[in-house]
Design a protein around this ligand. Structure first.
Ligand code: G3I
Length: 347
């Protein structure tokens, strides 16, 4: 056995250098450098804007700051399967995004295989159980196999739980024609198509302890009891600056899913600036919420913190300026809050 004698001061220095990456120039490290150092996926949703050469800030920001990306729309059923014929599936945009991610060393989250909101018209015409099961199987198998090991994280089912009293499954979901086990079926099909992929159920307004998160808890617990191959839950995280991480019981909520043996990811975080108050106050409050969301995620050992976009300019909720880069891609206070949490939170 070799013995190395290292002076304690040098050992501590070496350790701190490996824990807190900095750039040779002395500049602050990027979010992705810090996230990668702790094995966290951190990134956001990308759109066609990534390829807009008139707006080079978009790609520059994504590739400098994100170690993971998710297509905002390009992998949805309506984008891929305008026609039921797999021979006519449209993969060009999604493939270009995956190629860009691979070139830039980014993990891709696949979003999403089964979502009522994104079902093309032909899906609504299917009224027979067997036909719907066949259509789902064909679509899921074709898409998951198409991406193969280029995508090993999938949102298999998105937003199946309603917001109505008691939070039953939605009744406006065309896939329910496949039978009450349509969710289990989707997970089984995705697993068969790519056994290495980690499979998630993803939903919104489930961050805290509430009726909807109770319904989601019961749903995934039932799936696990039935031996369905589900690996984790995605909590979207579309909130605003009035959201209280503490009062909502978010950490206890995430933890109860972890205690089922499931992985937890924040998948679509954005924090709208709403209400009265000065711009400065709202930016500060937004930073606080972002910081608390990330530290809560890390406290339960989540595996991903994904934001729903890049800059306020192209956000789906542009009016609420909900992201960490402003219209001109400058870092907002929320960016600094994430950086500080990554630098200081216990590993
Ligand atoms: O690209 C077409 C364009 O050709 C057409 O002219 C235009 C007319 O409406 O529509 C364009 O497509 C729009 C697409 O966004 C791209 O901008 C769709 O109408 C519009 O419905 C679509 O909205 C997306 C929405 O999901 C529905 O798919 C949002 O961008 C996207 O941010 C949003 O993302 C969802 C997540 O997937 C799931 N969780 C909630 C989240 C926010 O709603």
């Amino acid at each position: 056995m070799q013995h190395h004698t290292v002076r304690p001061g040098l050992a501590a220095l070496a350790l701190s250098l490996s824990l807190t990456p900095t750039l040779a120039s002395g500049q602050a490290p990027s979010l992705r450098t810090l996230a990668s150092a702790r094995g966290l996926l951190l990134g956001g949703a990308i759109s066609g804007e990534l390829f807009n050469t008139d707006n080079p800030d978009e790609a520059a920001t994504v590739n400098r700051e994100y170690n993971a990306v998710v297509a905002e729309n390009a992998m949805k059923m309506r984008a891929i399967a305008n026609s039921p014929d797999p021979g006519n599936y449209l993969f060009a945009t999604a493939d270009a995004m995956v190629a860009s991610a691979q070139k830039n060393g980014q993990t891709v989250r696949g979003h999403t295989l089964v979502w009522h909101d994104s079902a093309p018209a032909w899906v609504y015409e299917i009224k027979e159980k067997a036909a719907m099961r066949a259509a789902m199987t064909q679509y899921i198998t074709t898409v998951v196999k198409h991406f193969g090991d280029r995508i090993n994280v999938w949102d298999v089912v998105n937003e199946a739980i309603s917001d109505g009293p008691g939070n039953p499954l939605r009744n406006n979901n065309p896939f329910t024609v496949a039978g009450p086990d349509f969710i289990a079926l989707a997970f089984r099909m995705a697993h068969a198509a790519n056994p290495a992929a980690r499979l998630y159920y993803n939903d919104y307004s489930v961050e805290g302890l509430n009726g909807k998160s109770d319904a989601m808890y019961a749903l995934v617990k039932g799936l696990l009891a039935d031996g369905v191959p589900i690996d984790g839950v995605g909590f979207q995280g579309h909130v605003d600056i009035n959201f209280s991480v503490k009062d909502s019981g978010m950490q206890a909520n995430l933890q109860r899913f972890r205690d089922l043996g499931l992985d937890v990811q924040l998948t679509e975080v954005d924090v709208q600036m709403v209400g009265n108050g000065s711009e400065k106050e709202k930016l500060a409050r937004q930073a606080q919420v972002y910081g608390e969301l990330l530290s809560t995620c890390l406290a339960v050992k989540c595996s991903a913190f994904m934001m729903w976009g890049v800059s306020d300019r192209t956000s789906w909720r542009a009016g609420g300026k909900p992201l960490i880069f402003d219209d001109g891609y400058a870092k907002k206070p929320a960016y600094g809050a994430l950086l500080r949490v990554l630098q200081t939170a216990r590993k």
